[in-house]
Design a protein around this ligand. Structure first.
Ligand code: HEC
Length: 117
């Protein structure tokens, strides 16, 4: 009986942890989306539209972002940090290397990019 109680408590607690970490992820995704769309932050929408939403701005020159949910997080991070490592003639600026976005901001952007199918 005692064991069952302990198990119930343990599963209730782990349930809580799970929901709160999911909520945390949602916040991160929202933060990343904001950075993506904000001119003096990522301003990614100036060059990219995402998910087929035609939000590309006047300077549009990047590919439409799709199927990014299949990319490993590290590859997305590296792309945003410094696209020249994988594409030496990239016209995308190095947001991390240039110091435009912090590590935490890039991680938020990556969380948002992972939601793009
Ligand atoms: C000045 C225009 C420009 C801006 C601003 C820009 N990008 Fe890009 N991006 C490009 C170009 C051009 C490419 C294609 C060449 C390459 O892969 O390096 C690209 C490629 C990418 C790719 C790879 C897409 C694929 O399917 O291969 C990702 C992911 C990406 N950008 C994310 C971002 C994010 C996130 C931001 C904002 C933090 C951003 N970009 C801002 C121009 C831009």
């Amino acid at each position: 009986m005692k064991l069952i109680k302990k198990l119930l408590v343990a599963s209730a607690v782990s349930g809580l942890v799970l929901t709160s970490s999911l909520a945390g992820d949602m916040d991160l995704v929202k933060k990343g989306e904001k950075i993506f769309n904000t001119k003096n932050l990522g301003n990614c929408l100036a060059c990219h539209d995402a998910n087929g939403k035609n939000i590309d701005g006047p300077g549009s020159m990047g590919p439409k972002l799709q199927y990014l949910s299949a990319w490993p997080e590290q590859a997305l991070y590296d792309k945003v940090y410094d696209p020249y490592t994988t594409n030496p003639i990239s016209q995308m600026p190095a947001f991390g290397k240039n110091g435009w976005l912090s590590d935490a901001e890039i991680k938020a952007v990556v969380a948002y990019l992972k939601t793009i199918n």
